[in-house]
Design a protein. Structure first.
Length: 265
């Protein structure tokens, strides 16, 4: 058993060194964070006693957003989180061994690498950090949540690299010149980095949906995609890191489900 754990540790160190030299590790189509709890140092605790949490660092502190129980070898993984400041935290169920360790994308460039790692203790380590770079596919799925009918109530999607949002406009309506009278769906988000943003709005049923990109206060229209007809709408915008926006979606006529794809390269 001890030999096995030593092997795991050496394997971890090798992967860590590899990610150091290569910057980000192998490419992937989804954000994946995998590591192993160094259970050799948790005397009297088996891996099934441990809970590993994916935490998001926020201005107000840390929030646990996902959790897993590691396998027999202490290995764990999280899939499908978005970019930002993330870390890993581990503790036993009983709470007697609240050992913390983790990493974050410290320079917030959308790439996790060894220089971003923050070691909270030596009781664990992250051995494999893999997130898509430019050209990767959409990595985070979100679902629209009402009420989101004005700038104040806009649904906050957080910091975005690539997101897909599934939503519904429950009813439509429009009076000229530019007054949408149906269900208004507004989303707030920030750009993960300086780059070029593409937003596509598509829907399956017979309706005419439009979208507008506003500044963070919801006052100025920065870009619009409001053609008539059933075709998907697209808009493009150069963005700055941390720049904040509000996206407005509405139907001119009929109710419809929709998908918003936001991608910043
Ligand atoms: Ca809605
Ligand atoms: Ca709404
Ligand atoms: Ca339209």
């Amino acid at each position: 058993m001890k030999l096995k754990l030593v092997n795991i540790c050496l394997f971890s160190i090798a992967l860590l060194l590899l990610s150091c030299f290569e910057g980000t590790g192998p490419s992937a189509t989804e954000n994946v964070l995998a590591g192993a709890v160094n259970s050799a140092e948790l005397i009297g605790v088996s891996s099934s006693d441990i809970q590993v949490y994916l935490v998001e660092f926020q201005t107000t502190g840390m929030a646990r957003i996902d959790s897993v129980v590691p396998n027999y070898a202490g290995e764990y993984s999280f899939v499908g989180f978005d970019f930002g400041n993330y870390g890993v935290e581990a503790s036993t169920y009983s709470g007697f061994y609240p050992y913390y360790y983790g990493f974050r994308d410290g320079d917030r460039n959308g790439v996790f690498n060894s220089s971003d790692a923050i070691l909270f203790s030596s009781y664990g380590h992250v051995n494999y950090i893999n997130v898509p770079l430019y050209g990767g596919s959409a990595d985070t799925i979100r679902y629209e949540s009402e009420p989101n009918d004005d700038a104040f109530g806009a649904q906050n999607l957080g910091i975005i690299h690539a997101n897909r949002v599934y939503g519904d406009v429950s009813f439509g309506g429009f009076t000229t010149p530019d007054n949408y009278t149906g269900d208004l769906d507004l989303f707030r988000f920030q750009s993960v980095w300086t780059g070029y943003m593409t937003i596509e709005l598509s829907w399956p049923s017979s309706a005419d949906l439009d979208m507008y990109l506003y500044d963070s206060g919801g006052y100025s229209v920065l870009a619009r995609a409001a053609s008539s007809g059933l075709s998907p709408e697209r808009l493009y915008k150069s963005v700055y890191r941390d720049e904040e926006f509000i996206l407005f979606v509405a139907s001119v006529d009929n109710p419809s489900s929709y998908i918003i794809s936001i991608r910043i390269d």
